[in-house]
Write a protein of this length. Structure first.
Length: 468
């Protein structure tokens, strides 16, 4: 083969490699990235039909309009009636800044856009101006307002849901922002060190602290080979690390029930070594830790990295919700819901109905069971512990006269030095209609002092005002 032929073959091989690389690159985007590119809030194709379609309204479960559009001098204008209140749930839709929240996730529904581009073009020719679909949410507007007021400007999040049907009645994250005047405050919001754009309910990953003991408790019950009796001396040495109880209080002789009520760290730390990381991790997985949660808004995965090489100290820390364990408030509300719902965890939902321009419900959205964490017998055993934790343990500030409340407090240490204040629970315990997760970020107070009273007040409001 002469030099010229070798050069031609070399060039052909080069072109083939480039061609194969281009095909692989395009295939990668088509298979793995198409959905995220299509739904990117800065994708200009999302705006093609904006001026031809009057965007549908968004309302709460009772028909109160929360966001709507009007055509003014040929331009569609989006209005958000309640400023900050729904900044993380509904989000925003601005040509200058893109879309977020349900405005992004349900963009095609609100604009009545078909996935088929050719059908959309034909519709634009026949119906140059049309009206999109409305969304009816599961949110109860009054309860949403109450939840935000209870946070009282503090960093944190509240998720209130129905443990039986998954409907989310309130989802609040602070700091938030005013969706009505983004043009005036965009720079201030984007540069804020407090991250007001962050939906802490679904995207915040927090050390859960003692509320994770619900998972450890279930693991202990399933561990038939371990002794559940223990004598607490206020601290214990685990592989050279001194694990302490709150204020180093010695609780004395305890069984599992007593350890749960008193939230004894040393009990759960020591018992975790007998439970083992695999058993504890498998139970955590059932509660959707380390799992993708499908929801109307994107949700970060809670994490307990038990499959790695973790020693006794890390395992003991994980058993009390410390170490490398992190969780979202939504996931923790789902954890409480699973115990309330006889061991079955239902998928949470924010959108209840899709309604067309003629007022007809085109889709009624219901939930389904996504994980069976345990059976009714064990769920009721843990429920009894949670009831006693509120009646006479660390969660007494969540108690309500004439209503039996079940709950668990958490005081989670974190790198800031100021502990997170947690409470998860449900009410009424005998027939649960509400399940909650409350976190006060870096509050520096215990869960019983900070988060529990908020849960109590929200339960009282919800039970008296929500149309179940």
């Amino acid at each position: 083969m002469n030099k010229e032929n070798r050069r031609i073959i070399f060039i052909l091989v080069g072109f083939c490699i480039l061609f194969v690389g281009l095909v692989a690159y395009l295939s990668f985007f088509q298979v793995f990235k198409a959905e995220s590119v299509k739904n990117n809030s800065y994708n200009k194709r999302l705006w093609i039909n904006e001026e031809n379609v009057l965007r549908g309204s968004i309302m709460d479960r009772n028909g109160n309009v929360l966001a709507y559009s009007e055509k003014n001098e040929g331009t569609n204008t989006r209005y958000y009636k309640y400023g900050n209140l729904y900044s993380h749930v509904i989000g925003y839709s601005y040509r200058e800044y893109g879309k977020s929240g349900l405005e992004l996730e349900y963009n095609n529904v609100l604009l009545d856009i078909n996935e088929n581009a050719a059908i959309n073009e034909l519709k634009n020719l026949v119906l140059p101006t049309s009206v999109g679909n409305d969304l009816r949410l599961t949110i109860d507007h009054g309860t949403q307002e109450k939840a935000r007021n209870l946070l009282n400007g503090r960093k944190g999040s509240i998720v209130l849901m129905n443990p039986k049907n998954g409907e989310v009645y309130a989802m609040v994250s602070l700091p938030d922002f005013n969706t009505s005047n983004l043009n005036d405050n965009w720079k201030e919001i984007t540069e804020s060190p407090d991250s007001p754009f962050l939906n802490r309910a679904t995207q915040g990953l927090y050390t859960p602290g003692s509320i994770f003991k619900i998972i450890t408790t279930l693991s202990a019950i399933e561990s038939l080979d371990i002794d559940l009796e223990y004598v607490c001396e206020g601290s214990t040495n685990i592989d050279g690390y001194i694990l302490k109880d709150y204020n180093e209080i010695a609780h004395g002789k305890l069984d599992l029930h007593g350890a749960f009520i008193k939230s004894c760290n040393t009990y759960f730390g020591e018992k975790s070594l007998e439970i083992g990381k695999e058993r504890l991790g498998s139970v955590a997985d059932r509660f959707m830790i380390n799992q993708k949660i499908n929801f109307d808004l994107p949700v970060k995965e809670s994490s307990f990295p038990y499959k790695g090489n973790i020693g006794d100290t890390e395992l003991a820390a994980s058993a009390i919700g410390q170490g490398k364990v992190v969780a979202t408030p939504l996931n923790m509300a789902m954890m409480a819901s699973a115990i309330a719902n006889n061991g079955e965890m239902v998928k949470p939902i924010l959108v209840k109905e899709i309604i067309n321009k003629d007022g007809k419900i085109t889709r009624a959205i219901t939930t389904d069971v996504i994980s069976t964490v345990t059976g009714p017998t064990v769920a009721n055993e843990i429920k009894d512990m949670m009831v006693d934790a509120v009646a006479s343990g660390t969660g007494t500030n969540a108690s309500i006269r004439n209503v039996t409340v079940a709950g668990k407090t958490g005081t989670a240490e974190n790198p800031s030095g100021n502990s997170h204040s947690w409470f998860v629970g449900f009410a009424p315990a005998n027939d649960p209609r509400l399940a909650v997760a409350v976190i006060l970020e870096e509050a520096g107070t215990s869960g019983g002092q900070g988060a529990a009273p908020i849960a109590r007040d929200l339960f009282i409001h919800g039970l008296n005002n929500i149309d179940f």
